[in-house]
Design a protein around this ligand. Structure first.
Ligand code: MN
Length: 298
């Protein structure tokens, strides 16, 4: 099942080019931050599923193009992101000039800010940074946690996955803490919907592609991951408790590169769908937001 949020945070089920409104199954649906109905719906999905299916049968099929899709996870509690988790991408990052002699730690994760999330068709503001800094695209497969996870072994980890979606881990390259460089407003597009886990038999066998202005830039199968989705989930659950609606994004394959204002960035994961965003120009009114706060006061 493909679950989407649209228009005024309505809940929809997508089938080919149509969407059906099933909002009636979430009576406490809130159209404002923090959209608490989303993780609650995910947590109770197994019980609610028959009701969702009945609502689908009743609802009118509207053209998908007639609605505005929103991120299916507008406010995930945690966005856990795998670092350098594809073999070929690890090699391309090690080869970048400023990285001479440095190795990116593998089998590690970092966190992205929930406030950086946007949805399909959204716009990413280019941050005001030094002219020689690059903003890069990173197309990734993301797993959505369905049940509370604490110290879950690798063999059981995928049983806790609610579904999968596309995620763009937009990144300001270069020095500085990763959690800041990857958390500028709009830097975490998610969507266009969540595909429930029953439709993805093996998250390690999905083709993943990204286009910049129509040019194919990333094209790899998820089997090239260094650590599997299950291994990363198990590891994260041994560090902190994961909750329904939390996201694990599994890292990007080779082919990362710069984006500029006006670019259209589009990614696709097999069996899931296509996520598209546009890069906006730099807002000249924005303060420069990359140099830190300067020398500490003495
Ligand atoms: Mn990434």
């Amino acid at each position: 099942m493909r679950l989407a949020l649209f228009d005024d945070y309505r809940l929809g089920v997508v089938e080919s080019e149509t969407i059906r409104d099933v909002s009636s199954v979430v009576p406490n649906r809130d159209a404002e931050w923090p959209w608490a109905f989303v993780p609650r719906f995910i947590a109770h999905f197994d019980e609610l599923r028959p009701e969702v299916e009945r609502a689908v049968a009743r609802a009118e099929a509207r053209p998908l193009s007639s609605v505005r899709l929103l991120s299916p996870l507008p406010w995930p509690g945690q966005i856990v992101a795998a670092a350098a988790n594809y073999h070929e991408h690890h090699r391309e990052m090690a080869a970048r000039p400023h990285r001479a002699g440095q190795q990116t730690a593998q089998g590690e994760f970092f966190l992205k800010a929930p406030a950086s999330v946007i949805g399909h068709g959204g716009e990413v503001a280019m941050p005001r940074v030094a002219a020689d800094r690059e903003v890069h695209h990173e197309a990734e497969l993301a797993a959505v946690v369905g049940r509370r996870m604490r110290n879950v072994p690798v063999e059981k980890a995928l049983d806790y996955v609610f579904g999968y979606t596309c995620l763009l881990d937009m990144t300001l390259r270069g020095f500085g803490d990763r959690s800041r460089r990857k958390s500028y407003t709009g830097f975490t597009p998610i969507g266009p919907w969540i595909v429930t886990a029953d439709e993805i038999p093996d998250p390690q066998d999905l083709q993943l592609r990204l286009w910049r202005n129509g040019d194919l830039r990333q094209d790899t199968n998820t089997r090239d991951m260094v650590y599997s989705t299950a291994e990363m989930l198990a590891y994260a659950s041994a560090v902190m408790t994961l909750y329904p609606g939390d996201v694990l994004t599994t890292g990007t394959p080779a082919g990362v590169g710069p984006v500029e204002a006006g670019d259209v960035v589009e990614m696709e994961v097999e069996r899931i769908g296509r996520l598209r965003v546009t890069m906006l120009p730099i807002d000249p009114a924005q303060p420069v937001a990359e140099i830190g706060l300067g020398s500490p006061r003495t």
